[in-house]
Design a protein around this ligand. Structure first.
Ligand code: ADP
Length: 274
């Protein structure tokens, strides 16, 4: 049995998957990007290997994607996040025609044609207001972990309208609302609403076509899923592995290479040594 690896070196978290030769996911790992990007990629690769109970020399090909894909020193090929998220989303939800990927620093809307090809995409500009970073500002101001923001926001009864469109000013706006006596859940709901509105307009730029699949770390946030469904007026596919969609897509591109007869230069080097 041969295996392949997909590494998604994101701006905030590194994700890694190991697939077997049938394309089944046999190992996965995620790591905060607190260290050097190349080291984080290597660590996440070894963690995913350990999860799959495989050895590095069993990996026939590795594809790297994400913001830091060229820093994955052991990668055999680099593929864009757009292609990898589309591929991963299609693998889990074959009728996907629109993908919304909200990550730590950027947001992408991807349109997919009937043959599974990417036909258009739109990205947030330099502004991070419609990305996970906007939630990072809320997490900092409220001193709450990111993983708790969504469920707290869902308890809102009188959501506050957030007017700032800039991440830099979001924190002081939140603190201002709290000082005026607004409840944290109401302020948080306002934050989520501001992000959902921005992301929905990005989706409309590429054209909303059913089915819509939501990928990236922010899809783990229940309030974002709920609000986006409301704003877009359509249900969203959210995989339990939504944050791994880019890495999964990368793994599937690696499998294409193996099926075309190509093998990693690294694995060949290792074979010679052995
Ligand atoms: P990138 O590829 O840019 O590193 P990801 O797609 O991995 O981004 O998403 C990272 C973002 O996902 C974080 O910045 C955070 O906002 C969000 N996130 C990660 N884990 C969770 C969680 N458990 N609950 C809610 N949001 C989360």
């Amino acid at each position: 049995m041969e295996y392949v690896a997909g590494i998604d070196s994101g701006s905030t978290q590194a994700k890694g998957v190991i697939l077997d030769e049938h394309g089944s996911l046999v190992g996965q790992a995620i790591l905060n990007m607190e260290r050097n990007m190349s080291t984080a990629a290597e660590e996440v690769f070894h963690l995913a290997l350990a999860d799959a109970q495989r050895r590095p020399e069993e990996i026939a090909f590795t594809v790297a994607t994400g913001y830091g894909r060229y820093r994955v020193t052991f990668g055999d090929l680099q593929v864009t996040e757009i292609s990898c998220h589309a591929r991963g989303a299609l693998a889990e939800f074959p009728a996907t025609h629109t993908v919304l990927d909200i990550g730590g620093q950027d947001t992408k809307a991807i349109r997919i044609g009937d043959a599974g090809e990417v036909t258009d995409f739109a990205m947030n500009d330099k502004c991070a207001a419609g990305t996970g970073r906007f939630l990072g500002a809320a997490s900092f101001a409220l001193e709450l972990p990111l993983s708790e923001l969504g469920s707290l926001a869902m308890q809102a009864t009188a959501p506050v309208k957030i007017t700032t469109t800039c991440t830099v000013f979001a924190e002081s706006e939140i603190i201002g609302h709290l000082a005026k006596g607004h409840r944290p859940e109401d302020v948080l709901m306002g934050m989520h609403h501001a992000i959902a509105t921005r992301c929905a307009s990005l989706v409309r730029r590429v054209g909303l076509a059913s089915e819509v699949t939501f990928t990236g770390g922010v899809s783990r946030n229940v309030a974002m899923v709920t609000l986006l469904q409301e704003v877009l007026g359509t249900p969203l596919n959210v995989s339990a592995r939504a944050q791994f969609m880019g890495a999964l897509g990368a793994g599937l591109y690696a499998l294409d290479q193996v099926r075309a007869g190509r093998r990693s230069a690294h694995s060949q080097e290792q074979e010679v040594v052995l």
